[in-house]
Design a protein around this ligand. Structure first.
Ligand SMILES: [Zn+2]
Length: 275
């Protein structure tokens, strides 16, 4: 987001490398150096980067520290008291709040570049507004009773609430926890009850558990979704915008056609049996 708005005006570095898990990040000496030398530090907050405060304290920095989820209504964690679901960026409507906060922070840092920053921001804002409508319309293509999204960890609650999908996951809002047998049993039940055609793995989470669940329930892996990290330049999700669009297309394609395919398959089997 910051790269889109700032262009070449600033150097953007992320502490957590692309493709790795931010919940489990262990700060390195490189991170401390980045923090110490930064002019501006953008923080998601909402109990996401649990390791960051200590890192900032230890590294020492004179940078402005800006919470880019300011103004977002957090979803309370279903499991942990006094904890919030940090994955607020997963809906494009929340993304609009992120980019406004980022734009304001950049303008405060570079007031002489305000015009460029405002222009880039307005262009980006329009793209995300269009994307928000696109996602809303695409989710409607899935038959209503099949709008159930099953993933490894609970990163899609904001997405689900905004666009009308029911969410189920093996792990909670963090990947730190171990999966419990009861969670797996509950998921199996959901898959059977709602005739869920597909479950989804995530680019930053080990897929083993989900693959087992898919096998046990004879459903397919609908694809690999991006939630806690965008993908690299060669992936289908090299940016925030691409990530939300790719996730949506993957989810819709896997969940919408299933009934038709199932009928077709049954018909073909019958045809075959009858010679
Ligand atoms: Zn997460």
């Amino acid at each position: 987001m910051t790269k889109v708005i700032a262009g070449d005006l600033v150097t953007v570095e992320s502490i957590v490398p692309i493709g790795s898990d931010p919940h489990l990040h262990e700060p390195t000496p490189r991170d401390a150096k980045l923090i110490a030398e930064a002019d501006l530090i953008l923080v998601n907050g909402l109990t996401f980067e649990g390791w960051l405060n200590e890192l900032i304290e230890n590294a020492g920095t004179s940078a402005q520290i800006i919470l880019i989820t300011k103004g977002i209504e957090p979803i309370k964690s279903l499991v942990y008291q006094n904890s919030t679901d940090p994955h607020a960026w997963m809906s494009a409507s929340n993304g609009l709040i992120y980019i406004e906060n980022i734009k304001n922070a950049l303008v405060a840092l570079l007031p002489q570049e305000q015009q460029v920053l405002e222009f880039n921001y307005q262009t980006y804002k329009k793209q995300l507004e269009d994307l928000d409508r696109y996602i809303e319309a695409r989710i409607q293509e899935i038959p209503e009773n099949q709008r159930v999204l099953i993933t490894s960890h609970d990163a899609f609650q904001y997405y689900g609430r905004r666009y009308g999908l029911r969410l189920e996951s093996v792990l909670g809002v963090s990947t730190e926890a171990e999966a419990q047998t009861s969670d797996i049993r509950r998921l199996n039940q959901v898959i059977q009850d709602a005739s869920v055609p597909a479950v989804f793995i995530e680019s930053t989470v080990n897929p083993k558990l989900l693959q087992q669940i898919a096998k046990d329930n004879q459903v397919v892996i609908g694809g690999s979704l991006f939630a806690d990290s965008i993908g690299d330049a060669a992936s289908n999700a090299p940016s925030y915008y691409d990530m939300l669009k790719y996730n949506t297309d993957t989810i819709v394609e896997a969940l919408k056609n299933w009934l038709f395919l199932k009928m077709l398959l049954t018909w073909m089997v019958l045809l075959y049996q009858n010679g």
